[in-house]
Design a protein around this ligand. Structure first.
Ligand SMILES: Nc1ncnc2c1ncn2[C@@H]1O[C@H](COP(=O)(O)OP(=O)(O)O)[C@@H](O)[C@H]1O
Ligand SMILES: [Mg+2]
Length: 275
């Protein structure tokens, strides 16, 4: 069995090789999700569309390219807005300028994201509440081990708490257990519903954000989540919520994949065993 730790390999002047597709094609067992499901990780809009169609709450959004909208009145959603790349991770492209309250700042961040990532920009309603992430493992007995935690980014000089590239790099965010049971249950349920609706296999991490009222929204699915010892959110969430040690987390995320391996008994052994 192989452990899927990267989504694809980039080749010079050729199409990327998506490892899950390659493995499936060659009958090789691997951990994690299929190529089709990994699309939801790579394209935040496809995940949002899929979930919104199934009645799962995700932030209102639209897409924008530079100069598409001529003034604030033309924008489909009112300020404040939050701007980010459709296909990026690790907080790339996300900083205080993602939070936008007027047309000039809107156009300027659309332009910079468009130029950097060469694709339309994802514009969402700004959610001004707590932030959460939920690690989910599907065990071989088909039970879900769900670890919801709260993430508290430090306050920026503009008074914002955003999990952008710099915060993630500096490791300056605080990870903690969710205090209120009602909130924990809400976050947990939203994450499980999203995990199942997207057809995620083995494990995944779902990001969730609340508004001031406490309503929770799906933000994104991380389907090849970081697993770095002492650093990544996934193993840290399992530790905070269930006291799971790192080795145990790794064992659990491999369990389902290993259960898929058909026991292969060589023919001579099979005879000796009377099979
Ligand atoms: N609609 C939103 N409203 C407020 N903050 C948001 C919104 N979307 C994202 N953020 C902030 O930006 C961070 C990164 O967004 P996310 O979509 O998870 O991208 P990444 O793939 O880089 O983790 C979130 O963790 C959150 O702090
Ligand atoms: Mg995220």
């Amino acid at each position: 069995m192989l452990v899927l730790a990267v989504k694809y390999i980039s080749l010079h002047n050729e199409d990327d090789i998506w490892l899950s597709e390659y493995f499936s094609h060659h009958g090789i067992n691997f951990t994690g999700s299929s190529r089709n499901v990994l699309r939801f990780d790579s394209n935040k809009i496809s995940a949002k569309l899929n979930l919104a169609n199934k009645g799962i709450k995700t932030a209102e959004y639209f897409m924008a390219v530079p100069r598409q909208y001529k003034c604030a009145n033309e924008l489909p959603i009112k300020f404040p807005l939050f701007l980010k790349p459709i296909n990026a991770a690790n907080g790339n492209g996300i900083d205080d300028l993602s939070f936008v309250t007027n047309y000039t700042d809107f156009e300027s961040k659309v332009l910079s994201l468009y130029n950097t990532f060469n694709s339309p920009v994802l514009v969402e309603e700004y959610l001004d509440g707590q932030e959460f992430t939920v690690a989910i493992i599907n065990t071989s007995s088909n039970e879900l081990i769900v670890s919801p935690i709260e993430i508290v980014p430090p306050k920026s000089k503009n008074g914002l708490r955003i999990l952008g590239r710099k915060v993630k790099k500096d490791d300056s965010e605080e990870l903690k257990s969710i205090e209120h049971d009602e909130m924990k249950n809400k976050v947990r349920k939203l994450a499980i519903d999203s995990f199942l609706a997207l057809g995620v296999r083995d494990f995944g991490r779902i990001d969730v954000k609340a508004n001031k009222t406490g309503d929770c929204f799906f933000i994104e699915a991380n389907l090849v989540p970081g697993m770095i010892f002492n650093s990544s959110y996934f193993p840290k969430a399992c530790k905070i919520e269930h006291g799971l040690a790192y080795d145990k987390v790794i064992q659990l995320i491999l369990e389902n994949g290993l259960a898929r391996v058909k026991p292969k008994v060589p023919p001579n052994k099979a005879n000796a065993l009377g099979q």
